[in-house]
Design a protein around this ligand. Sequence first.
Ligand SMILES: Cc1cc2nc3c(=O)[nH]c(=O)nc-3n(C[C@H](O)[C@H](O)[C@H](O)COP(=O)(O)OP(=O)(O)OC[C@H]3O[C@@H](n4cnc5c(N)ncnc54)[C@H](O)[C@@H]3O)c2cc1C
Length: 481
Amino acid sequence: MTLTRGEIVEGLINILGKDKVITDEQVLKESSIDRFRKYEDICGIYTQPIPAAVVYVESAQEVSDVLKFANDNLINIVPRTGHSATEGGLETVVENSVVVDGSRMNKILNIDTYNMQATCQCGVPLQVLDDMLREKGYTTGHSPQSKPLAQMGGLVATRSIGQFSTLYGGIEDLVVGLEAVFPNGNITRIKNVPRRAAGPDIRHVIIGNEGALCYITEVTVKIFKYRPESNIFLGYTLDSMKTGFEILREVMIEGYRPSVARLYDEEDGAYQFSHFASGKCVLIFMAEGPKDIAESTARAIDKIVSKYNECTKVDSKLIEKWFENLNWDTKKIAEERLEIAQTQNIGFTTEVSGNWSIIYDIYSNCCRRIREEIPDITMIGGHSSHSYINGTNVYFTYYYNIVNCRPEEEITKYHYPINKIIVEETLKAGGSMVHHHGVGKHRTQWIKEEYGSSYYILETLKKAFDPNNIMNKGTIFPIEE
Ligand SMILES: Cc1cc2nc3c(=O)[nH]c(=O)nc-3n(C[C@H](O)[C@H](O)[C@H](O)COP(=O)(O)OP(=O)(O)OC[C@H]3O[C@@H](n4cnc5c(N)ncnc54)[C@H](O)[C@@H]3O)c2cc1C
């Protein structure tokens, strides 16, 4: 029998106590969405079902008790930590969902500089962990632009990636071991070893699950020596994205590992680097690590770029300065809200990936179609920010005016159609429709196409670990009618 809203709240209070169960209406409204619906949030008009409660868990055992209660009573659970999701992963799409917030699980449990790993609870903000490590001469190497906002559980749950990924990798390369709780209440720990060949790597059932399979309670990540004094910044302007992709490819396939390798098109470049790059594309690199390696890497990259006549070197201080202001804290989020409210001009992003042979076509076809099909777009541009030996990503940025637009129309008139063009063109070319923000709830309609015949494996995970479908309904897996 389905529990009423009141019975759900009462059951949660019995498990956690009154203080940890929040039913304040404004909190519930704000907890029904994430940044995918930032315009709804700015307008204070919430179109998603409001959750029954937000609960603050403080231990793996509490998570286990809450999940078991939800599993027994078929209550939809939405795991949450930093609340910086951008793809609807935090939307409470069915009535009487419960948002399980792990941000009070914020203890750094162990910093082990001999074995070069740090263990912390899911609610530790990455900024706090990395600041503490840097004071001791170490770093996580993980630096997404949401570093001041995001927390370890969410970062692992979304397969996040940071700005220095070309050297350190994405979170999947950094996670050593984890603890997670499954819907039946099972608390499971994957041990910390450098590598093993004892069957499939089960960490990957948990990393990237977006709260749709289990709740991550603890994470162990690798740490690295922090040597900012060796950092070398390089920047160039150039005429075309095609040349830019060729240079990125050459740097990667020749075996160089700058920590940062980024390529901006004219439009995105104008947004970011108006002071030196008007009408030009921009290439950026950063080399780091032990001094000798950083210097050799920077020298080799400079040599590769100098073969291309259309590239002009810019003062490295400009690039260094630009880096200082890249991350998003709560102040920047508040400024953005104000600007959107004043200008009625709003921006979003969609990030995809593809092999070297298809990435330029993905980039140019998406930009062309968006310009043709969304005539009143005020900006469409893109950049590549994470490169690999076999390909790279494109992060599309687009802005449009929402004058006289109801909040839900902003989604249907602009956000959905633009997302659709980018996903369609990427899948058609053979790329991946999601590079690092997660599938959330708004790219699930293409998940079967994304996976092809391997969807069998993904779907079987859901059936095995969450047979009652209580974990973050509509996330990764579409809601079947
Ligand atoms: C301004 C801005 C810049 C960004 N830059 C980057 C970037 O550079 N790189 C990048 O990868 N991402 C970026 N993001 C996206 C976002 O910050 C990441 O997805 C981040 O990993 C989310 O972490 P969080 O703690 O905020 O998670 P939340 O927003 O709380 O949750 C994100 C998802 O993970 C699930 N989840 C959260 N906690 C848990 C848990 N303990 N167990 C299981 N599931 C859980 C949620 O249900 C949801 O589906 C950016 C976002 C913003 C707003």
